[in-house]
Ligand binder design. Structure first.
Ligand code: TXA
Ligand code: MG
Length: 350
């Protein structure tokens, strides 16, 4: 299939082009679009055959439910059975924005979307193009990240073309997605709201707003199965082995210099993803053949997070055998950053 590309600036949606993109959605076709987190692969959430196309294009396991995206708070009534007061408070505070709420689903939502669950995940994205597209389509839009299942989520239209070009009707290119990791998934069907996936809205943000917030045990303890089906799969993985390097800046630098020396000696192609600060410590002694991607300043975790998937994909394109990544603090957005890194690394650390 020929994939159409529509280009427009993130802050200035082109309504004429979006009309055309929306017409594909209304026909049950798939259109990828930018959001403030990552690019999404959109399809009509009320049409089960559109959802089946999403699973097929991504190669996604059918028990991993999709997030339904809306552009207007009034759309939610037909999608859920009930809305607890805490949900209203959080929607007022954080929507549009990088947080998804899990609520009891209504009968209007096809079972394919929720992987058979009795709940549905809903989000109102804070991206002008996404909001305008959903508004023009006049439909709730199911949209997982627009990557092949298991690969790092796409933060540019080119990433989507690399994974899904030729398989979907169109892609809206609105430049680089800002947050760089997916939305927070918060379950509001539990007595205490529970984070199922850390993301753009942080634990600290939520605690400030509503006090007690739980974190799904499956995210922190390997003996528990995560309640968000998507979190149990290997994920965000480039083809190379990813290994997280722990310790102080000097300890990390020493470990990296030793290990890259050994790996290069074995004929391996080595990639590195580090902060500016760690790079400064390494640069005089690091062998020239090591491919280095600088994620950003250590004290700017938002910048580091925003570059993570892009740099994983960049090193993949260079066909490195192994990628060593600096360890970052797990507070604020760092919780989402390290969650994705641990998954990309399959838990491997040195
Ligand atoms: O930022 C985002 O959320 C992006 C953009 C495109 O909006 N979307 C995204 O979708 O990350 P996806 O499909 O890649 O991830 C959805 C996550 C999965 O981990 C899935 O298991 C979980 O949300 N999820 C969806 N519905 C759920 C439900 N009813 N209960 C628990 N987890 C659910
Ligand atoms: Mg995804």
């Amino acid at each position: 299939m020929q994939t159409k590309i529509w280009r427009m600036p993130a802050h200035k949606p082109d309504e004429e082009l979006l009309e055309e993109a929306a017409s594909f959605l209304k026909k049950g076709e798939l259109v990828a679009f930018p959001t403030e987190t990552v690019y999404g692969l959109g399809g009509n959430a009320l049409d089960s055959s559109a959802s089946r196309k999403i699973y097929e294009a991504k190669g996604r396991p059918s028990d991993n439910p999709l997030i339904v995206h809306i552009s207007d708070i009034n759309q939610i009534d037909e999608l859920v059975r009930s809305i607890p007061p805490v949900a209203i408070k959080l929607m007022e505070k954080f929507w549009p924005g990088p947080i998804t709420f899990v609520l009891p689903k209504s009968d209007k939502i096809p079972a394919v979307i929720t992987g058979g669950l009795d709940t549905v995940a809903i989000r109102m994205p804070a991206h002008k193009i996404a909001l305008k597209l959903i508004e023009i389509a006049g439909l709730p839009i199911a949209a997982p990240s627009a990557n092949i299942s298991g690969r790092p989520s796409p933060t540019t239209a080119q990433h989507v073309i690399d994974d899904l070009g030729g398989k979907i009707a169109g892609i809206i290119d609105g430049g680089k997605a800002g947050v760089g990791v997916e939305s927070t998934v918060l379950d509001l069907t539990t007595p205490v709201p529970t984070i199922l996936r850390p993301g753009g809205v942080t634990l600290e943000d939520l605690q400030k707003e509503i006090g007690e917030v739980h974190i799904d045990k499956g995210l922190i303890d390997a003996n528990h199965v995560p309640r968000s089906p998507g979190m149990k799969y290997t994920h965000y993985s480039p083809k190379a082995d990813v290994i997280i390097v722990k310790g102080s800046l000097t300890e990390m630098a020493e470990k990296i210099l030793t290990i890259t020396g050994e790996e290069l000696g074995q004929g391996k192609k080595v990639g590195l993803m580090v902060s500016q600060e760690l790079y400064e410590l390494l640069k005089t002694d690091l062998p020239g053949s090591v491919l280095v991607e600088i994620l950003g300043k250590k004290n700017n975790l938002a910048q580091v997070t925003s570059n993570l998937f892009m740099e994983l994909r960049a090193l993949d394109k260079e066909k490195v055998d192994v990628i060593y990544v600096e360890n970052f603090p797990e507070t604020y957005i760092g919780a989402a950053l390290m969650n994705r890194l641990y998954k990309a690394a399959g838990g491997k650390t040195i």
